[in-house]
Design a protein around this ligand. Structure first.
Ligand code: ATP
Length: 232
């Protein structure tokens, strides 16, 4: 479904990605792991066209998207939930969803009403300004906003970051539920979260993929976990 081949991405003179390659097949839930600054956010930003790759090739559903504009990539069904969530603080929860709704030729499976049915917490908050929500509620809203974009591939940047353990569990359950019908690529620094919710993992270090394998293989390899990830 998604293929990233040998991409190099720069911020000005600074070389952030040194030939990253990865693939996500339809129906998979894949995690991109790595320490702070490893290049996880940059990889997602290059995929969705926010920080385009200088070289290499990215294809989605067989179409090259390497140098397409971000809005065009989103319209194809690649929807990103950014690390900082970017909720509109002055718009209500409902308005946040309305402005993100997809209007195009692809099938509409996630309406605002469906979101409210499946996220009762957001339904209760529908008239509240986004800026008044807690971190966990904002993360739910950010994911819901991506869903009304009708994603074929949902990209989540560090969905568990900065949230209380009980909220992390809720987000984990949501990822499990969504992964039954949606293809997901998420990033995380939290190995335990990745092992619980992904089928396959890539580990990035200094802008390069240093490992790829199934979650089971990574779970069984504590040496590898210590080498590339800050885990106890
Ligand atoms: P984090 O968990 O901190 O988000 P990450 O794995 O997502 O880490 P990136 O944010 O992709 O890592 O950063 C990869 C490299 O690119 C780092 O060296 C970082 O300092 C650099 N970088 C990231 N954003 C910028 C930017 N806007 N300008 C310059 N350099 C940047």
């Amino acid at each position: 479904m998604l293929e990233v081949k040998d991409i190099h991405t720069y911020y000005g003179e600074s070389h952030a990605l040194h030939g990253v390659s990865l693939a996500v097949g339809e129906g998979e839930t894949v995690c991109l792991l790595g320490r702070n600054g490893a290049g996880k956010t940059t990889t997602l930003s290059s995929i969705v066209g926010i920080q385009p790759a200088h070289s290499g090739k990215i294809t989605f559903l067989g179409q090259e998207i390497t140098r397409k504009y971000a809005y065009a990539i989103t319209r194809m069904g690649l929807c990103l939930v950014p690390e900082d969530r970017r909720i509109f603080p002055d718009l209500t929860v409902e308005e946040n969803l309305e402005v993100s709704a997809y209007h195009g030729d692809r099938e509409i499976t996630w309406t605002t009403e469906r979101v409210f049915d499946e996220f009762p917490m957001l339904a209760e908050l529908r008239h509240q300004p986004g800026g008044t929500l807690s971190g966990g509620q904002q993360q739910m809203l950010a994911i819901a906003r991506a869903l009304v974009g009708q994603p074929l591939l949902l990209l989540l940047d560090e969905p568990s970051e900065g949230l209380a353990p009980v909220i992390v569990q809720q987000i984990g359950r949501l990822i499990d539920q969504l992964s039954e019908t949606t293809t997901i690529l998420f990033t995380d620094q939290n190995l335990r979260f990745a092992l619980k919710h992904a089928q396959r993992c890539y580990i990035l270090e200094k802008g390069q993929v240093v490992y790829q394998g199934t979650t089971q293989e990574l779970r069984d390899d504590p040496e590898l976990q210590h080498k590339y990830l800050s885990v106890a």
